[in-house]
Design a protein around this ligand. Structure first.
Ligand SMILES: Cc1cc2nc3c(=O)[nH]c(=O)nc-3n(C[C@H](O)[C@H](O)[C@H](O)COP(=O)(O)OP(=O)(O)OC[C@H]3O[C@@H](n4cnc5c(N)ncnc54)[C@H](O)[C@@H]3O)c2cc1C
Length: 402
């Protein structure tokens, strides 16, 4: 019998592809690539009552909770203990990484100081433009995995095998991956003991693998000819870059690859997500853009700058220690300044409630979101913007486009 939780998530089209289901019951869920290019679970055997309850409690397609804030709880940006702008001090890492390389520099600091034995993160998978979960034990592997990969990833799926090693590790995932792992920690005490740091990044949504194939098509190459692929890096924002098997290189600018193509291939769940900013993480990194109203950089290319947000005191202590060790260079930033760097995330948070209410009104199942201050965020958008967003979502549902 199909799990009621999975049935509901499928009906709501709210699977994030994180892999928490496969982590909870590996013999009963198999993750594979769906026809539309996302990671999706297939149930192969019935769940018992305990498994069903655990699945319902941790699946971010069923619901998510933002943990209680240790410091300020901003209606748009969530729990904030510390906020900085800056970059990795290593210029090569800064150039190789997505923004300023702060996220990778923090991971390297954790490995270097022996606070973790390894890092569970996402790198290139079997398909060069797809993703796989990788275990990094040294700075070279973290360097290799740096950079944003705008394709489906499921880093929670194999978490049990990492926990079974019994050694502390850092986890890097999308906001939904970290929310799932935080929820799993409430049921599995090994997680708080062995995962001292959960690190995330601002996330506008996961594009289908079909998006990457469309990027390759625009580059004028076939998927089977690609030897390696980067979505970003080598500058800020950095181009999408395919190296073909014959050694030739094809590139597209960030605006062409993300703006024209990838952002049009986002999974539905991401469009209604109120947690694009990683509310459950210890530390979250993002682009400290100087950008237009749509969130695109106002410059061609320059040295990357990361926005670094500590959500817990533990996360803030990590940032301070990495700064003291000269792994990152940071200056403090103000919460009021984030909106200008991330207008897309601001809009998404402000309109999340109107979108969710529209889905409810149209009798569509929706995930339950707790602790995200959606009412306060919606009030700040004003009546007209909320009404427009509500009616627009209703229209898209009625027209079969949501
Ligand atoms: C799908 C997606 C959407 C994003 N949307 C936004 C946004 O709206 N606003 C914004 O400011 N930033 C966004 N980012 C993040 C941004 O591109 C940078 O990753 C972030 O600014 C950190 O930069 P950095 O140089 O410090 O990180 P880096 O040092 O480059 O490290 C990046 C880390 O992210 C991990 N990673 C990369 N791709 C994935 C993936 N698909 N799943 C899980 N882990 C992954 C890598 O393993 C690495 O550990 C997005 C990233 C992704 C993957």
């Amino acid at each position: 019998m199909i799990s009621p939780t999975l049935a509901r998530v499928e009906a709501a089209r709210s699977c994030t592809g994180c892999g928490a289901c496969a982590a909870l019951a590996p013999e009963k869920f198999a993750l594979s690539l769906s026809d539309d290019g996302f990671h999706r679970p297939r149930q192969t055997a019935p769940l018992d009552d305990n498994e069903e309850a655990a699945f319902a409690a941790v699946c971010p397609g069923r619901g998510m909770s933002q943990p209680r804030a240790e410091g300020e709880d901003d209606p748009f940006w969530g729990p904030v203990v510390g906020l900085w702008k800056g970059a990795a001090t290593d210029p090569e890492l800064r150039r190789n990484a997505s923004s300023g390389g702060a996220l990778s520099a923090l991971l390297m600091h954790l490995l270097h100081t022996g606070q973790v034995a390894h890092v569970v993160q996402t790198g290139a998978g079997d398909i060069p433009y797809g993703n796989g979960t990788v275990v990094s034990r040294d700075a070279a592997s973290v360097f290799e995995a740096a950079g944003s990969r705008y394709a489906p990833s499921s880093p929670v799926a194999g978490i049990d095998s990492h926990l079974a090693k019994g050694e502390p590790f850092a986890f890097v995932g999308k906001p939904c991956d970290v929310a799932a792992l935080r929820a799993m920690a409430r049921r599995d005490p090994r997680i708080d003991r062995l995962v001292p740091y959960m690190i995330s990044f601002f996330c506008a949504g996961v594009p289908s693998l079909k998006g990457a194939e469309a990027v390759l098509q625009r580059m004028g190459c076939r998927p089977e000819d690609v030897a390696s692929f980067r979505y970003r890096g080598e500058g800020w924002p950095g181009p999408a870059r395919a190296v073909l098997k014959d050694g030739s290189v094809r590139t597209l600018t960030y605006e062409q690859s993300w703006g024209d193509i990838l952002s049009k291939h986002l999974q539905f769940r991401c469009k209604i997500c109120p947690d694009g900013t990683g509310g459950a993480a210890d530390v979250v990194c993002a682009d400290a853009w100087e950008c237009d109203d749509e969130g695109y950089p106002l410059f061609e290319e320059r040295e990357g700058v990361s926005l670094v947000l500590a959500r817990t005191t533990r996360g803030a202590a990590l940032v301070a220690a990495a700064q003291a060790a000269d792994a990152i260079e940071m200056s403090t930033a103000r919460v009021a300044d984030i909106a200008a760097m991330q207008p897309g995330q601001l809009k998404k948070k402000r309109l999340a409630l109107s979108r969710l209410l529209a889905l409810r009104l149209m009798l569509r199942p929706v995930p339950a979101f707790h602790g995200y201050r959606l009412g306060a965020a919606a009030r700040s958008a004003g009546l007209i913007a909320n009404l427009r967003s509500f009616l627009g979502t209703c229209r898209r549902i009625a027209g079969g486009r949501a």
